[in-house]
Design a protein around this ligand. Structure first.
Ligand code: HAM
Length: 455
């Protein structure tokens, strides 16, 4: 017997129903990006491997997840499938920074590849919406850009039907965390290690944590700091530091509290009160973040983050460009789809639905053929049934199942009536029916389609 091949683990086939969901997700991402004034870009699916190894770039974890390969022939070079879009964006911006209008407002919808162990919400091939905003000369403008991109992510999730009950944006600021690292005596060059450990902390058992402390020579105070973080402690609270006998510093505390208030106050006029939560455990796994960092996750269940992002002010320079502050996020289609399904927010017919379903109950097919051609010439999506049945009730069920807005019914009774020919037009949402003289059918269809749905 022939081998039945399976798709590689962690990849997906998109059969028509899955493709419709994918298009629905991508079209919504695109629509919302354009609504906020972002323009679309893309880059190659693979890059030279070294792009991901730039010091201060993504960091060791992302490098360990690369699918890489060598080119054949003389110029043997190492390449990697893109695990994310940000290094490509940084490379593109660095190459043309001076000729690009500022602020740069780009979005992209790339397929990305990570050699992870496939599990719920985590695949080896996924689609990731990226939105990035670069520029901003003052602190206020940069803060506005941080919030505009976060608000855009929330606006999009609202477009999918989520409310503040379903999703939460948890944020932190890496500069706050650096202050904590300073307090427990980490030198600057150990920050990348400390951030990486903090990011993985929730996934480690207490033995694994202890092993990390030992292996990396953490001081007693540093260990207590990480243990308190693992327990869900908040280092902005004075009491967090009691056991450490370190005063957090009132000035700094005030700065953090003011920062929190500012975030809440700024996002409220943008239309998102109640979506935000300061969370000291969010630091993000990618090494290039420099300030504001955030993630959006469902408020129920064990879903991983739908989206994550933040500020990365040094990356463009690291890729040979000018010093250009930047902020942005990525949202994955896998977790988003899971959450849409779990909260029953996926529309029954998410794909592009036909405008009209033609039901031919006449004995001949000439009129049906002509009408379909006429409708398609008028740029309408018109489909019909290939079944032999003339049972209008059954065919109407097929029309509804296909998600068509209207059914055009060619039935002998109407067609042959005196004063005819007439055809029937049925609005499948309202179930309203009317008999239309054949020469007026296109006008009637266009008028019915122009009406808002369910009216
Ligand atoms: P990230 O947190 O690695 O950030 O990914 C962002 C989102 O992509 C995640 O929240 C998740 O929904 C999705 N994602 C990531 N890995 C997988 C996977 N293996 N399977 C399914 N979904 C996945 C970044 O990639 C940053 N480059 C985002 C960014 C853009 N920051 C600034 N600009």
């Amino acid at each position: 017997m022939a081998n039945i091949f399976q798709p590689p683990p962690g990849t997906r086939d998109f059969f028509p129903a899955d493709m419709a969901v994918r298009r629905y997700i991508e079209d919504t991402w695109r629509k919302v990006s354009l609504r906020h004034g972002f323009v679309e870009v893309d880059g190659p699916t693979f890059e030279v491997l070294d792009l991901y190894k730039v010091k201060g770039g993504g960091g060791d974890e992302i490098v360990s997840q690369l699918f890489h390969f060598e080119s054949r022939g003389e110029d043997k070079k190492e390449f990697a499938l893109r695990p994310e879009f940000t290094p490509t964006l940084a490379r593109m911006v660095a190459a043309k920074a001076n000729s690009l209008p500022r602020p740069i407002k780009w979005f992209s919808i790339p397929r990305c590849y990570r050699a992870e162990r496939p599990q719920k919400g985590r695949l080896r091939e996924f689609i990731q919406w990226n939105v990035d905003m670069l520029g901003g000369d003052t602190f206020e403008t940069r803060l506005q850009f941080d919030l505009e991109t976060a608000a855009l992510a929330l606006d999009c999730l609202r477009e999918f039907g989520f409310t503040a009950d379903d999703i939460r944006l948890s944020w932190n600021n890496r500069t706050f965390v650096e202050h904590f690292f300073r307090l427990v005596g980490f030198p600057n060059e150990r920050y990348p290690f400390a951030f990486a450990l903090l990011d993985r902390l929730a996934k480690l058992s207490s033995e694994q944590r202890r092993e990390q402390y030992g292996k990396n020579g953490l001081t007693e105070q540093q260990q207590v700091f990480f243990e308190r973080m693992a327990e869900g402690g908040n280092p902005v609270e004075e009491s967090f530091w009691d056991a450490l006998k370190i005063p957090i510093g009132n000035e700094f505390r005030l700065e953090v509290v003011m920062g929190q208030r500012l975030m809440d106050e700024e996002l409220t006029p943008m239309g998102f009160p109640g979506y935000l939560k300061y969370d000291p455990s969010i630091v993000r796994g990618l090494a290039y973040y420099t300030g504001f960092v955030w993630e959006i996750a469902g408020t129920r269940g064990q879903n991983r983050a739908i989206a994550g992002g933040g500020r990365y002010d040094k990356l463009i320079e690291m890729f040979g460009g000018p010093s250009l502050p930047a902020t942005g996020f990525g949202m994955g289609d896998v977790v988003l789809r899971n959450l849409l399904e779990e909260t029953s927010k996926l529309p029954a017919n998410p794909g592009p639905t036909p405008d009209i379903f033609l039901i031919n109950a006449l004995r001949t097919t000439d009129l049906a053929t002509q009408l379909l051609a006429q409708l398609r010439t008028a740029k309408l999506a018109a489909i019909t049934s290939y079944k032999a049945t003339k049972n209008i009730g059954k065919l109407l069920q097929d029309a509804s199942a296909a998600g068509a807005k209207l059914a055009l019914i060619l039935a002998p009774v109407e067609y042959e009536k005196t004063g005819g020919p007439f055809v029937k037009l049925k609005n499948l949402a309202t179930r309203e029916e009317s008999e239309i003289p054949l020469p007026e059918i296109l006008t009637a269809i266009l008028a019915a389609l122009a009406q808002p749905p369910n009216v």
